[in-house]
Ligand binder design. Sequence first.
Ligand code: F6R
Length: 248
Amino acid sequence: MKLIQAQNDQAVGELAAQKFIEVIGKKKDAVLGLATGTSPLSTYSALVNAYRNGKVSFREVRTLNLDEYVGLTEDDEQSYHRFMRENLFDLVDIKLENTHVPCGTINPEIACKEYDALLDRYPIDLQLLGIGGNGHLGFNEPGTPFTQRTHLVNLTEKTRHDNARLFASLDDVPKQAVTTGIYDILRAKELLLVVMGENKAEAVAKMLRDPISEDCPATVLRDHPHVTVIADAAALNLLTKQELEEFK
Ligand code: F6R
C-alpha cells in the first residue's frame, strides 16, 4: 500500500485524476470502478477539467459504480445514478450505455445477480474508493464477509447519520442499499482510495493498524498488491511519522 499525502482536497483530486488519466492513456477502453459521496468530488472535477483541456477522453471507457440506495429512482436527486451524471457522465464524452450503477428499484436479488454478471464480464482496471467513518468500503459495513459479492445491505445508523447531510432529514435517508462486495473490490487490478478530513482520521488509522478483519472492512486493502491512498493532512493526523514513512 502506498500512501501519498496531498495538501488539500483539490490536490487529492488532481493526483487521483492523474492516475485515471495514466490508466486510460495506456488502455483507452479501460474499465473504471467508481464511487460516490463527497470524497471523489474533487477527482471528478479534476477529470472534467482534464477532459475539457483535451488531456483525456472517455469515449471508449466503461464504468461500474460501487453502490446505489434501494428505493431511489435513477432521477431522484439523491440517487447515485443522478450523482454520477451530474458530477461526471454528463460533463465528459462517455457513452451513457457504457456506464453501470447497481439498480435500486428492481428486486434486489435480481439487481445483484445482474451486477455480478457485469463485474465478471468487465474486469475493473482501476477502482476508486472512499472510506466510511466506520471503515466501510462501498456499503460493506463492518461484519460483512469478505467473500460476499453484490448484495443487499441494511445500512448502519452511523452510515445513515453520516449521509444525512445530503438529505432533507435523517428520515429521508434510505435504510438499504445494493453494494458491490469486498470480493469484487479486491478483484480490481488497482485500487485508489481518496480520503480527506479529520472525520476520517480514525478510520484511516484503523485501516493501517487493526488486524485485517471484517470488523473494519478497509483493513482488507492491505491484502491487495496495488493500492494507492491519496489523503490530505487532516485525514492522516492520527498517524505517527514512522507510519507515514512506512507506507510512503
Ligand atoms: C459510495 C461509497 C462509500 C463512500 C463512503 C465515504 O459510493 O462507496 O463507501 O465512499 O461512505 O463517503 P464520503 O466520501 O461521502 O465521506
